[in-house]
Design a protein around this ligand. Structure first.
Ligand code: ZN
Length: 344
């Protein structure tokens, strides 16, 4: 099988696309022929590397994928050859206290597909059957692959951790990325009013299409937190979704109302954040971090995707062989929605 991989961290030049032996499935594992995968920011971070990250090279990135079951390991009970499936990217032990409580996202041995283990950017993958979910026969693999990680992340953050309730006002910082577009849709589906801050008009047009109630263009409105604050009658918003980090978090704290929540699942523009503690205690704010979600949440959110109630925004589609180009597009921040790759 062919696989996108790298032998060292670095820029686009380290990505290679070569032949590897087909993976062997173990007991209770399923061999899947992937049809489509999607790119997430974690793939870029993993390729670039960070201090303390230790990978066995070569490494294959990719957390998202969808395809068809081609072989079953001994003892597999939930799948048959020919089933169409989407990948659940959390790898967990199934035995620790958190796993036994159904919180496999908090597993003490938690690993992410494509980060701590070989990922999906290849033709075949062998996974425990718990890491697969059936998808309807007619559903496009590319849409399922685009949806999985970002909707799981958005759902867990907004609904489970953020306890979003109908009628609340959510401010999403970011208009067009995979997680931002998923957050806008999940918040709308949950009955919230959604404000979106975007870096330009083109990106905000996507948020508008998804039903955002107020668009704030930060290329024209540097003080967007004040705009959001004023739009809510000088009270601020109930929830701010901030996955940008360094440049935006101080403003996000200002945009929140008394008792408000700040949700974060990542930091596309830098991890170090400065907090004005007076805002934190003075406004009774909660900052709530999370990453991914549970297996149960994955089933819940993917059902909504399969029903068309949540619909991933698709940016350009590449092939696996064009992975370097796809990474470049994400690194440049040009994408409007999810970048996908087909596995031919
Ligand atoms: Zn565990």
């Amino acid at each position: 099988m062919r696989a996108v991989h790298f032998h060292q961290h670095g820029g686009p030049e380290v990505l290679e696309y070569h032949e590897f032996p087909e993976p062997q499935h173990g007991p209770a594992e399923v061999l899947v022929r992937l049809e489509a995968v999607s790119l997430n920011r974690v793939d870029l971070f993993t390729r670039n590397g960070w201090p303390g990250l230790k990978l066995d090279f070569p490494h294959v990135p990719g957390a998202d994928g969808a395809g068809r079951v081609v072989e079953l390991g001994e003892g597999v009970t939930q799948f048959a050859v020919g089933d169409r499936v989407v990948v659940y990217p959390n790898l967990s032990c199934g035995l620790c206290e958190a796993c036994r409580a159904g919180l496999d996202n908090l597993c003490r041995h938690w690993r992410l597909l494509g980060e701590h283990a070989w990922g999906t950017f290849r033709e075949y993958i062998a996974l425990p059957e718990g890491n697969l979910l059936k998808m309807p026969e007619g559903f496009a693999a590319v849409e399922a692959a685009a949806a999985a990680l970002v909707y799981l992340t958005a759902w867990h953050s907004l609904i489970t951790r953020g306890n979003l309730r109908p009628g609340e006002v959510v401010l999403v910082v970011g208009a067009s990325g995979g997680v931002s577009t998923a957050c806008i849709q999940v918040a709308k589906l949950a009955g919230a009013t959604v404000y979106v801050v975007g870096s330009n008009r083109q990106k905000l047009s996507i948020a508008a299409r998804l039903g955002a109630d107020l668009l704030i263009d930060r290329s024209k409105d540097a003080d967007w937190s004040k705009t959001a604050y004023l739009a809510e009658g000088r009270q601020g918003v109930d929830i701010v979704v901030d996955n940008v980090g360094t440049p935006t978090m101080p403003l996000s704290l200002r945009a929140a109302r008394k008792g408000g929540r700040i949700l974060t699942v990542g930091n596309t523009a830098g991890p170090a954040i400065e907090l004005d503690n007076r805002l934190l205690f003075g406004k009774h704010l909660s900052i709530i971090g999370s990453t991914m979600g549970t297996r149960g949440e994955f089933a819940t959110v993917m059902k909504l995707v399969f029903q068309g109630k949540l619909k991933p925004v698709l940016d350009r589609q590449f092939t696996l062989a064009q992975a370097a180009e796809a990474f470049d597009r994400m690194e440049a921040g040009e994408q409007l929605g999810k970048i996908t790759l087909t596995v031919d």
